[in-house]
Design a protein around this ligand. Structure first.
Ligand SMILES: *Cc1c(COP(=O)(O)O)cnc(C)c1O
Length: 482
């Protein structure tokens, strides 16, 4: 760019006030955008343009035409305001078919659970007040009786997540002493939850027994000494050892625990409260079955197969639960009222098996019938064919969904997907544009097609999804739409 052009460009840069006075920009203020956000955005766009002109980078707009350049600044400012006021945490359409997707927030709450959260956060609540006596109450009181009734355990406690539940249990029962675990169960769950490391944090010492593929009851017996505090069973949620294998069951460990007067704990990971075996899912022990086998402590997640909020549920014998309640760590790991509200509502639905299968989105998605998936896939495909025209090839295909959340790694659920093959860009590029759009969409890219698995897409998302695709194929990102 010549010196002359540079000077001309700088002269054309409008003052901040002039941009703010533009009807399109002042409308943002009327829409409720804060004045300081609008001002900051306009200033940063002007500074960016000034820098661009000074450094001689070719201008994106025709700086020879005053009006055109002004419009360009206004449009960029509008986009900047929308971008900066967009929430960082926002809705994503999960078209991956992975039902319990940790990166996408795991479980979707049921309508009643959403309602319960909304109710409790819109005013004050009896979170720690016993309304009958007027005395201080326990924040666990709303959920403890439901948990004991549903699982058959004597007592219950809930903390922030299952990793916290394991940490609290190990620290309370075995700090400074030894915990015996099978080598086949020293798992890493992902997101850096590794059993040996959690154990180290709890102040307990890990004693590994058996081998990767086989651990026998006598392996535990031989490792027991006067420092042993706990026998721990970990559900290998996210992988399977197959072939020449054998693990000591929770029931067998309970028998050994009785022989030596040692407590036994089972980290179950995913907490299944209903048996979904009849829906073609692989057999998984339910929490009730594990509790029935007699361990002193059982822990599981609130937002995996349970389908509730992020939480770590601890159920078991009263004296151990009471000891955990007294551990100062519990205060650091305690749940908030939104969690209590969502968990109570979720658990209440489990009191009626038929109802929970109909209402809890996680369970509904896992048990969706082929005819339900068929109805959804033809609706979505119809919607997309109409919206996309010849911009992409749209087809219905058979595929597989995954349970996710480190549960049932070997399970693949037959599903139906809409396969979108864009004509002008690659499926990978389409996915990348969709990820940054509004709403963001996450699908699976396979053989240059973007697969949209209807198992995890709800009906109300069909139209927003179609609009997002149209926008993406027109190479417009959501935020740049003005
Ligand atoms: C998922 C899982 C955890 C961690 O639970 P979070 O709720 O993610 O903290 C711990 N143990 C097992 C066996 C798990 O599957």
């Amino acid at each position: 760019m010549s010196e002359g052009l540079r000077e001309k460009g700088l002269r054309l840069l409008p003052p901040v006030d002039e941009v703010i006075r533009d009807i399109r920009v002042s409308k943002l203020l009327a829409e409720g955008h804060s004045r300081s956000v609008v001002l900051d955005s306009v200033r940063s766009i002007l500074a960016e343009e000034r820098q661009r002109i000074l450094s001689g980078v070719a201008p994106e707009s025709n700086i020879n035409k005053k009006e055109e350049f002004f419009d360009f600044i206004v449009l960029k400012s509008l986009a900047a305001v929308r971008l900066s006021s967009r929430p960082n945490l926002r809705r994503v359409i999960n078209a991956t078919g992975v039902v319990i997707h940790t990166n996408l927030g795991r479980s979707v709450l049921s309508p009643r659970a959403r309602q319960a959260v909304s109710e409790v956060i819109s005013g004050y609540s009896n979170l720690e007040l016993d309304l009958d006596t007027g005395q201080r109450g326990s924040r666990y009181a709303p959920v403890e009786p439901l948990l004991t009734r549903l699982t058959g355990a004597e007592a219950a406690l809930v903390v922030n997540n299952n990793a916290a539940a394991v940490l609290l249990a190990l620290s309370t029962l075995a700090k400074g002493r030894e915990i015996i675990v099978s080598r086949g169960q020293l798992v890493e769950i992902g997101g850096s939850f590794r059993i040996p490391e959690v154990m180290e944090q709890s102040g307990a010492r890990l004693v590994e027994v058996g081998t990767t593929n086989k651990t026998h009851p006598d392996d535990y017996r031989r490792a027991i000494n006067e420092n042993t505090a706990l026998l721990l069973h970990v559900h290998t949620s996210n992988y399977r050892i197959i072939g020449f294998t054998s693990e000591t069951t929770v029931a067998e460990m309970v028998a050994i625990g009785r022989e030596y007067s040692l407590p036994v704990m089972s980290d179950l990971g995913s907490g299944f409260l209903v048996d979904l075996g009849s829906y073609g899912l692989p057999p998984e022990p339910t929490v009730q079955e594990v509790v029935e086998a007699g361990p002193d402590i059982v822990t599981f997640s609130g937002d995996k197969l349970l389908g509730g909020p992020q939480a770590g549920v601890i159920v078991g014998k009263r004296r151990f639960i009471d000891a955990m309640k007294k551990n100062p760590l519990t205060r650091a790991l305690r749940i908030g009222k939104m969690t209590v509200a969502a968990l109570e509502a979720t658990l209440r639905e489990y009191l009626d098996r038929e109802r929970v299968l109909k209402e809890a989105p996680t369970l509904k998605m896992l048990t969706a019938s082929q005819s339900e998936l068929g109805r959804k896939v033809s609706e979505l495909a119809g919607c997309l064919i109409k919206a996309l025209g010849d911009k992409a090839e749209v087809k219905v295909e058979n595929n597989m969904s995954a349970v996710g959340g480190g549960a049932m790694p070997a399970a693949a659920l037959p599903t139906l997907v809409v396969a979108v093959r864009p004509r002008k860009i690659s499926a990978g590029e389409l996915q990348s544009i969709l990820r940054q759009g509004e709403p963001a969409v996450m699908g699976r890219v396979q053989e240059d097609k973007l697969l949209l698995d209807v198992r995890t897409i709800c009906d109300t998302e069909f139209h927003p999804l179609a609009e997002a695709l149209v926008g993406a194929l027109e190479q417009r990102k959501g935020v740049e739409e003005i």
